[in-house]
Design a protein. Structure first.
Length: 431
């Protein structure tokens, strides 16, 4: 029988999520250790008329793991990971680090994001950009199968239609209690770390875009505008090379020519060590607010808008982080999964630290005229309805039809879905 708690240390731990700005107070927490527990929790919520939410890693910035007065399906005790024949079976509450550690012991790698404490399946269901995306695709592209508890309490193995929706459509269709994800033979990567003066930002961004435009799948990079150790802003460039190490050394050394490096380093690491680079950098309990946009490249107007937005920041720890979407991730046909953006692009994160959310909203507005439609679903907030309407591109109608069939009462509310989309829909297959 599932354990239900309404107060005490276990309750407090469940509601203590990453973003300290979230103050939602659920009525009850269901501490689940099995699929049967999840089924029972969903039935309890239905019978008591309680809104339902699901807690995995607890890293969603908007706090959708918690609903005021609701029931939390807490999966944090379901963190088991096993690997067999190139496939990892991952519990619903496993973090990216849990999966990466299991893979690392075998000289393997998992397609994860950039922070180990993030729930792997929550990341995967919404897309999952990471340092291996160019070579192995998004985390969602590596999702091979899933066990899902639906809104009626039934547990199913995801068939083609539901699996299609789970690859980018978010946790809007049920509770994924376990999943099978691909693992890849990769014991070492090359990791670069370069810092440039802020007054060279325009030059660095221009050269960076040109360098990546001709880069191979094995090269995936992040560029950021951050505050340096001396309190002054700088441009940080962090490329990862997942191919032949000797070849990669020459490629990564070339990043130093983007400007006048304040620091430059290229190191061999395991994929697990790469994932752990930012352990402790984003502590739990701090107030965070995020917004996101996608841009096709670093045109002069895009760069000017990014610098204008950054210079208007209102809290010192605030930064802009930009991910590279290319290679294998772009070669997945747009209709093969729910993820709605397969063109080459850069995903921009406006990360406001310690503020009230006004800066991140304003920064997003500043970049909007030069952005692609939609945005990264995992980072869209509940009020980002305009971006959500176009985030899934030509997949929106099919996604909503699956939602209406599997969860007509809207029991599950995770990353935002478009509303009011109509049109001819594909016939459903089994779920």
């Amino acid at each position: 029988m599932v354990q239900l708690v309404t107060e005490g240390p276990e309750y407090d731990a469940a509601v203590a999520i990453w973003n300290g700005a979230v103050d939602h107070r659920p009525q009850v927490v269901a501490l689940c250790t099995s699929t049967a527990d999840v089924q029972e929790a969903i039935i309890v919520a239905r019978d008591r008329g309680l809104p339902l939410s699901v807690r995995g890693g607890g890293h969603d910035w908007a706090g959708r793991a918690l609903r005021d007065g609701g029931l939390i399906v807490d999966l944090t005790r379901m963190r088991q990971v096993s690997i067999d024949d190139g496939v990892a079976t991952v519990g619903g509450g496993a973090t990216a680090a849990d999966a990466a550690e299991a893979a690392d012991r075998l000289g393997l790698a998992v397609a994860t994001g950039t922070v180990g404490t993030v729930g792997l399946l929550g990341l995967t269901l919404g897309g999952g950009y990471g340092p291996l995306s160019g070579r192995f695709g998004l985390a969602a592209d590596n999702l091979l199968g899933a066990e899902v508890v639906l809104a009626d309490g039934s547990a199913v193995q995801a068939g083609p239609e539901l699996l299609w929706a789970l690859r980018g459509g978010g946790g809007n269709f049920g509770v994924v209690t376990s999943a099978e994800v691909a693992v890849h033979p990769l014991a070492e990567v090359l990791v670069g770390s370069f810092a440039f003066p802020y007054d060279e930002a325009e030059q660095v961004f221009r050269g960076y875009g040109e360098l990546l435009d001709c880069g191979p799948d094995e090269l995936t990079s992040v560029i950021a505008i951050v505050v340096g150790p001396d309190g002054n802003p700088l441009v940080s460039v962090a490329p990862t090379w997942s191919g032949d190490l000797a070849e990669g050394k020459d490629v990564l050394d070339g990043f130093a020519a983007l400007g006048t490096p304040l620091s430059a380093d290229v190191t061999v690491k395991s994929p697990l060590a790469k994932l752990r680079e930012f352990d402790g950098a984003f502590p739990d309990g701090v107030h965070y607010a995020l917004r996101t946009r996608n841009v096709a490249g670093f045109t002069p107007r895009v760069v000017s808008a990014l610098l204008e937005a950054y210079e208007a920041r209102t809290s010192p720890g605030t930064f802009i982080n930009i991910h590279h979407f290319h290679g294998a991730a772009t070669r997945v046909p747009i209709k093969r999964s729910a993820f709605g953006q397969r063109d080459y692009h850069f995903m921009v994160e406006f990360i406001e630290v310690g503020g009230d959310g006004k800066w991140s909203r304003a920064a997003s507005t500043t970049l909007a005229p030069y952005s692609l439609p939609g945005g990264y679903p995992n980072l869209l907030g509940p009020d980002d309805t305009e971006q959500a309407a176009t985030a899934y591109g030509p997949n929106a109608s099919r996604l909503l039809r699956i939602k209406r069939r599997l969860d007509p009462r809207g029991v599950f509310s995770a990353t935002p879905l478009p509303a009011g989309v109509s049109g001819d829909l594909d016939a459903d297959s089994d779920n």
